[in-house]
Ligand binder design. Structure first.
Ligand SMILES: CC[C@H](C(=O)O)C(=O)SCCNC(=O)CCNC(=O)[C@H](O)C(C)(C)COP(=O)(O)OP(=O)(O)OC[C@H]1O[C@@H](n2cnc3c(N)ncnc32)[C@H](O)[C@@H]1OP(=O)(O)O
Ligand SMILES: [Co+2]
Length: 133
């Protein structure tokens, strides 16, 4: 793992939360992006060298919708940057982690991503990201 790539926060209303985080961080989002395959609308903020990703559900089938229904707004996942996603998948499967999608999928902010089951990481949903070619 190279570093924490971003913190993902589930929000009900992206527009309203963009305003909250702009006030908090003193800077607006550098990117707004829909990832239809994940059923999410996202916005990204820079906080120094770190990133915050706000996520709103696009529809009721979105994982964010299910999360909000069950847990309300809040920290949804922590994403780590990796140099070689395929190698990390192999390594983590060997270590006994459930990789939810063993084929990397398109993420936001020009990344390929996989997720681990939160039950294998003490209740934290972990996302692994590699810069997309
Ligand atoms: C890709 C675009 C963007 C990016 O950065 O590039 C994103 O980050 S997209 C983020 C949205 N996409 C995902 O989250 C994909 C991975 N998530 C999943 O596959 C599911 O959400 C999963 C498997 C984590 C949970 O789905 P499930 O249908 O099993 O929902 P349940 O409510 O039944 O959950 C089962 C169990 O897990 C607990 N849970 C669910 N979500 C989380 C979470 N975010 N953090 C921690 N724990 C979570 C849930 O509470 C259930 O546990 P229980 O003890 O039974 O309550
Ligand atoms: Co993310």
């Amino acid at each position: 793992m190279k570093k924490i790539e971003h913190l993902g926060i589930a929000v009900r209303n992206l527009e309203a939360s963009n305003k909250v985080f702009e006030k908090l961080l003193g800077v607006g989002p550098y990117k707004d992006e829909e990832v239809a395959s994940e059923g999410v609308k996202t916005s990204f903020f820079k906080a120094g060298p770190n990133k915050i990703e706000l996520l709103q559900a696009m529809d009721a089938s979105s994982p964010i919708a299910k999360f909000l229904e069950k847990r309300g707004e809040g920290l949804h996942h922590v994403a780590f940057a990796v140099a070689d996603l395929e190698a990390e998948i192999k390594r983590l499967v060997k270590e006994g982690f459930r990789v939810l999608n063993t084929t990397p999928k398109k993420g936001a902010d020009n990344k390929l991503v996989v997720f681990l089951h939160p039950k294998d990481t003490n209740g934290l949903l972990v996302e692994l990201c590699q810069e997309a070619p």
